[in-house]
Design a protein around this ligand. Structure first.
Ligand SMILES: Cc1cc2nc3c(=O)[nH]c(=O)nc-3n(C[C@H](O)[C@H](O)[C@H](O)COP(=O)(O)OP(=O)(O)OC[C@H]3O[C@@H](n4cnc5c(N)ncnc54)[C@H](O)[C@@H]3O)c2cc1C
Length: 470
């Protein structure tokens, strides 16, 4: 049973490479590595733990030789099924390659292995007065390798960008087992094609990341957090556009709709009395900078936030108040699971100037399909987490949810948007990719995949629509 589907010679080679104790074949041991946060499951034939880049290279070479599917895995927190081994084979866990190899404050860079978690890295950087901007809410668990493979970001991306803007170079192993370096150790560089940017966000389908050189930013000395309540989602969305049109870029600009406010009232008693009843939307606005500059920045965003539909604008006065606001924002996604047995969680993006049309369009689709929708997200990037709620055991509700989702994607593309801002494609959105990317560009991407991974062993069945659907 343990060796089902796995060539015995390949298994022996894996054991020789990493030691027998680092290869799991018992079904009970493999089970946790078949899941991710999408809640899908497919059992791998083996789980292999690598502890060094050379081991990764040998593992990939073995899988290449034996045509064995190989799925790189950080901590399985992605929401799209991207790390579920749908074709079996090997799950290569990078969680034990978790060393911070170098921090060079003068060069504003850090060199890390892929398995270090985002928050472990941030803690180490804080001692140098630096940070790495990507900040997914999963930072305490998700790995830098997973963050890079998904181009995962978070609230700070509005000012500081995503991993693509904050990575100088990578060391990776391609699908043929070639160990290559991409990028530079400098803040400028234009020699050759930008493979670093190509590999970031490729969801482990082109190469396995074994090392990353990350671009760091000095921690700002001061921060101000503001909370703005609006009459309805439309007026809040138009305020986002005004805030982004003025020169002081907020370091976070989060949107929460009326349904999500109701959830916060329910789950965060400390904030219940504070959130004015009747508010249809809330913006969390944060500015940072030097002590001297931050007050002026707060005044500028406050002025832009004012106007039509504003019910209340308040600056958080204590660290506790700031923490309560962020806790409430970060608890929204997990709390949704308690509202309905199923949520379809999308993270669509539109140009900020089209945000009001998106939000109002989503409300219309919710009413038309009879599907409750809760929206919140990184409004400064036009990135909205759209949550469609329902009961999967009720066939009519499930059908309505899928019809509604279809219409949501059409709406997003009509508004010049994109289907995913940070969660990626994985399994969940493969069928829709062909709506956003035209056939010639998709064909080029398939060719690139074959160049990096001619036998198609790396994370097969992900990212691309089936050829027939394309
Ligand atoms: C509570 C919660 C909050 C979240 N909040 C956010 C958020 O705010 N923003 C956001 O963007 N995402 C968020 N996510 C999603 C998720 O945390 C991110 O996608 C994260 O980057 C995944 O990291 P991971 O280590 O868990 O990777 P995994 O889930 O293990 O893997 C994700 C993908 O990366 C590939 N991969 C992993 N490591 C490597 C490697 N070394 N080389 C090549 N490919 C690799 C895998 O094959 C897979 O395709 C959240 C998830 C949860 C559960």
């Amino acid at each position: 049973m343990a060796e089902r589907g796995l060539d015995a010679e390949c298994l022996a080679g894996l054991r020789t490479t990493v030691g027998a104790g680092n290869v799991l074949t018992d079904p009970a041991d493999r089970l946790p590595y078949g899941y991710d946060n999408s809640r899908r499951l497919a059992l791998p034939d083996a789980v292999v733990f690598a502890q060094a880049a050379d081991e990764v290279r040998e593992i990939v070479r073995l899988c290449h030789r034996y045509r064995m599917p190989l799925v790189a895995r950080g901590r399985g927190t992605n929401t799209t099924g991207a790390s579920v081994p749908v074709q079996g084979g090997v799950v290569l866990s990078l969680e034990r390659m978790n060393r911070i190899l170098d921090i060079r404050p003068g060069d504003r860079l850090a060199v890390v292995e892929p398995g270090v978690t985002n928050s472990e890295l941030q803690a180490a950087l804080a001692a140098h007065g630096l940070f790495w901007p990507p900040d997914p809410s999963s930072a305490a668990y998700s790995t830098v390798g997973g963050n890079l493979a998904c181009n995962a970001a978070g609230p700070r991306a509005v000012k500081y960008g995503s991993p693509r803007e904050n990575t100088l170079g990578l060391r990776v192993v391609t699908g043929t087992g070639e160990d290559i370096r991409t990028g530079v150790f400098t803040t400028k560089g234009v020699v050759g094609y930008d493979l670093t940017r190509l590999l970031i966000g490729s969801e482990g389908t082109l190469a396995v990341i074994t090392e990353a050189t990350l671009r760091l930013t000095p921690r700002p000395a001061a921060k101000r957090t503001l909370r703005a309540l609006y009459r309805d989602v439309g007026t809040a969305a138009r305020a986002v556009s005004r805030i982004m049109a003025q020169p002081e870029t907020p370091c976070a600009l989060e949107f929460i709709d009326g349904n999500a406010i109701a959830m916060i009232r329910h789950y965060q008693p400390a904030l219940q009395a504070e959130l004015a009843a009747g508010a249809g939307a809330l913006l969390m606005i944060e500015v940072d900078g030097s002590v001297a500059a931050v007050e002026a920045a707060a005044a500028a965003v406050s002025a832009a936030a004012g106007g039509e539909g504003l019910l209340e604008l308040r600056t958080a006065t204590s660290a506790t108040e700031v923490a309560a606001l962020w806790d409430a924002r970060k608890a929204l996604s997990p709390a949704l699971r308690t509202l309905a047995p199923k949520k379809i969680n999308e993270d669509v993006v539109v140009p900020v100037s089209r945000l009001a049309e998106l939000i109002e369009g989503l409300q219309a689709l919710s009413a038309r399909h009879g599907v409750p929708i809760v929206n919140f997200g990184h409004a400064g990037n036009g990135n909205v987490h759209v949550n469609l709620l329902g009961d999967p055991d009720d066939p009519a509700q499930l059908a309505a949810m899928h019809a509604c989702l279809d219409a949501v994607f059409d709406l997003v593309l009509k508004l010049d948007g994109t289907l995913s801002g940070e969660h990626g494609v994985g399994l969940e959105k493969r069928a829709f990719v062909g709506r956003e990317i035209g056939p010639p560009a998709l064909a080029l991407m398939r060719q690139l995949k074959r160049v990096f991974d001619p036998h198609g062993i790396l994370n097969p069945g992900k990212l691309f629509p089936d050829a027939a659907e394309a």
